[in-house]
Design a protein around this ligand. Structure first.
Ligand code: ZN
Ligand code: ZN
Length: 417
């Protein structure tokens, strides 16, 4: 038996407390940047395992385990939940609610599986702490708050992350997905898109609805912008290049007989290439400014970016090294090349703060039989609840075991003897 396999001897035993912990976190979800209970539990666990623990960025927690000479590996899990009212009917379903300003009471749910990320990274941290004879180097287990709002990684970086923890050689992260449980997806290059939200205000001249000749109609202006924006991807982006431009909200006016003096458009952009992103943004600005000029708008439009997620693009060498280790541990049939997803993440801000390579992979969480049946019937989109759905319910077994092993195996690819 190789030393790296030795590390997993006690896995079954660890999984007992990990399952309990997972269900406890699932029952007690906390919204982005308010993960106080969760952070407390993580601190307590890591300290118990023998890690040096510190709080970074409010509810961020980092545990460091120094174990002699060798590489330093940083592994990250995100910890926050979503304002979603759980509808899974699970015995351990969340009944937590919060008062959301303006929109009344809403449920809170771990609808993105971050509870699984926490339970599995803590499991890997324990396995490595218990078998220090099987590896050498430094292991940094990082628990990041506020992924869903793209705030948490930046909060940790702004709080001095790079100066407070040992400089890693590589950073690792994973995400549970609505794919077949046990299957692990890796890929070099882009795996998640850059995401930008953009608020645009265009200005008209308000008037009575019966006197359009005295107005610059901001509703008509916004409508022509929405139509023209459809050409950014269809006519200006090279076929085969990836870009999404969605107008998710268009707000103007209050009453049928008032022509409003302004309109607001909320856009969501997704891209894999910085060059494409720059071009898409330039095209949007050109179109909006051009339509405003054509309408006789009395004032330049306003552009405000918010909720911005960086591109997640995996380092080729790190991905190759981790993929080889995963294929050796799980068998090559359990590891496949993942297609890039259109979702976004803020994880890459952490390796960026250190200037180090990273790799990010996916772990399936749907019972194999259920998933295969849906694939056979061509009903994956309807039958398999995806992340952020109120029905999202990863199968604890084998997902927790696989996600624990992936973190430990990937770390040992750098730390193993
Ligand atoms: Zn999410
Ligand atoms: Zn997520």
């Amino acid at each position: 038996m190789t030393p790296s396999n030795d590390v997993f001897e006690s896995l079954e035993q660890e999984l007992a407390w990990q399952r309990e912990l997972y269900m406890d976190l699932h029952r007690n979800p906390e919204l982005s940047m308010a993960e106080h209970r969760t952070a407390g539990i993580i601190e307590q666990k890591l300290s118990g395992f023998g890690y040096q623990v510190q709080r970074i960025g409010g509810t961020g927690v980092v545990g460091v385990l120094e174990n002699g000479a060798g590489a330093t590996v940083l592994a990250r899990a995100d910890t926050d939940a979503l304002p979603v009212s759980e509808a899974t009917g699970l015995e351990y379903a969340s009944r937590v609610t919060v008062e959301a300003p303006g929109s009344g009471t809403t449920g809170v749910m771990h609808a993105c599986g971050h509870d699984m990320h926490v339970a599995s990274l803590l499991g890997a941290a324990k396995l490595l702490a218990d078998r220090r004879d099987a590896w050498s180097g430094t292991y940094v287990a990082l628990f990041q708050p506020g992924e869903e709002t793209a705030e948490g990684a930046q909060a940790m970086v702004d709080d001095g992350l790079a100066a407070k923890v040992p400089h890693p050689d590589v950073a690792l992260a994973q995400h549970v997905m609505p794919a077949e449980a046990g299957m692990i997806g890796t890929t070099a290059g882009p795996i998640l898109s850059a995401g930008d939200s953009l608020r645009i205000i265009v200005y008209g001249r308000g008037a009575h609805g019966s006197m359009p000749h005295t107005a610059v109609d901001s509703v008509v202006l916004a409508a022509s912008i929405v139509m023209r924006l459809q050409t950014v991807v269809s006519r200006e982006t090279q076929p085969g290049e990836f870009a999404v431009v969605t107008v998710g909200a268009s707000n103007a006016g209050t009453k049928s007989n008032i022509i409003p003096d302004r309109a607001e458009l909320l856009l969501n952009l997704r891209t894999y290439s910085p060059a494409v992103r720059r071009r898409v943004i330039a095209s949007i600005k050109r179109i909006v400014q051009g339509e405003c000029a054509a309408a006789g708008s009395p004032r330049e439009p306003d552009f405000e970016f918010y909720d911005q997620f960086p591109l997640t693009s995996n380092d080729a060498d790190a991905t190759e090294r981790v993929t080889a280790a995963l294929a050796e541990h799980f068998g090559p049939e359990q590891v496949y090349v993942a297609d890039p997803a259109t979702a976004s993440e803020d994880f890459s801000r952490i390796p960026a703060a250190f200037g180090v390579p990273y790799t990010y992979w996916t772990v399936g969480s749907v019972p194999a039989e259920t998933y295969r049946k849906a694939v056979e019937n061509g009903t994956v989109a309807e039958d398999i609840p995806a992340n952020h759905s109120p029905f999202f319910a990863p199968a604890i077994d084998p997902t927790l075991s696989v996600a624990t092993r992936t973190q430990a195996v990937a770390a040992l690819a750098y730390l193993g003897q």
